[in-house]
Design a protein around this ligand. Sequence first.
Ligand SMILES: *Cc1c(COP(=O)(O)O)cnc(C)c1O
Length: 369
Amino acid sequence: MGSPLKPRASILDISPYIPGKSTAGGRENVIKLSSNETPLGPSLKAVEAFSAAGSHLLRYPDGTAGNLRRAIGQVYGLDPARLVCGAGSDELLNLLAQAYLTPGDEAIYTEHGFLVYKIAILAAGGVPVVAPERGLTANVDEILAKVTERTRLVFIANPNNPTGTYLPVDEVKRLRAGLPDNVGLVLDGAYAEYVSANDYEAGIELVATTDNTIMTRTFSKIYGLAALRIGWMFAPEAVVDVINRIRGPFNVSSPAIEAGAAAICDTDHRDAAAAHNEEWLNWLSGELTALGLKVTPSVANFILVHFEQSGAKSADCANDYLLEQGIIVRQVTSYGLPHALRITIGSGDEMKAVAAALSDFMSMNEANA
Ligand SMILES: *Cc1c(COP(=O)(O)O)cnc(C)c1O
């Protein structure tokens, strides 16, 4: 591009993250099921706290996000001194890569893992190393087989986006035990609140009992505050100290701190969102399976649906058809899944609409398609 300014070489290897679409050819009243947002929206208490904070925009926020860390600590039984808040968990994932990767160091993520990891690794000058998955699920042996002298970090979304699959707690512990001590294990629990499987644990115990495991969480999914950009991490004291040195001193805004604190304390609202999800996740998975579509079993608030590899019943054709009906889902070609679509669990009406549209799509014959 002919600029005399030269960024770190690996930055030009980054393909910019492409968010889920939010428009369908200028239509109004679209059904947006492309970014894993919650159909229930945020707690009203969070919205009130946000509005109240709007009368105090003159002052810098509390740079320690104290109210928010105390609220998280109270709800999850964690020491607030071991928490760091960020502008979304994406910021924290990037800060971890910046802090712990020296150019040339390797960081591992899995075949269909969340793409922010690759971006964060490359931005830090690190070398992304991809471990194969088995059955669209992260595999501990495959990850351990990728470890070298240069490995410094492993990123796992558990459950993973866009597959919706998860690693049971015993496997996560086996991974930690198999990794060298100087390799940080980052457990991204963006969807943890949705998981009801009893062999699942987001990572709190492992962070509490090891000195090299980090858990990140977000307010963007079950808490319905994606617009505010709030994430947090629970980490060993030394990691908290490192991240606090490099993060922006006011990286979380006052409205975000106050809304987040109110949201996390509204556990009834969170539980209602989880119950709604469980109901409609099961319902939609069942409906689409009955149409002859393959659905990867999901524990999160979205499902991965598989289509034919070519022809009129391909994922591309399904996506086009859904867009014509004003339904926006997520294409996941950039995740190495060109024949699948990811569909967020929305309201009951939205789920009925997407099931009806896919039923029509599946029953169209080739000539009409
Ligand atoms: C949505 C998502 C996040 C959340 O990112 P924020 O920056 O907190 O909005 C993190 N990890 C995964 C796997 C996600 O899908």
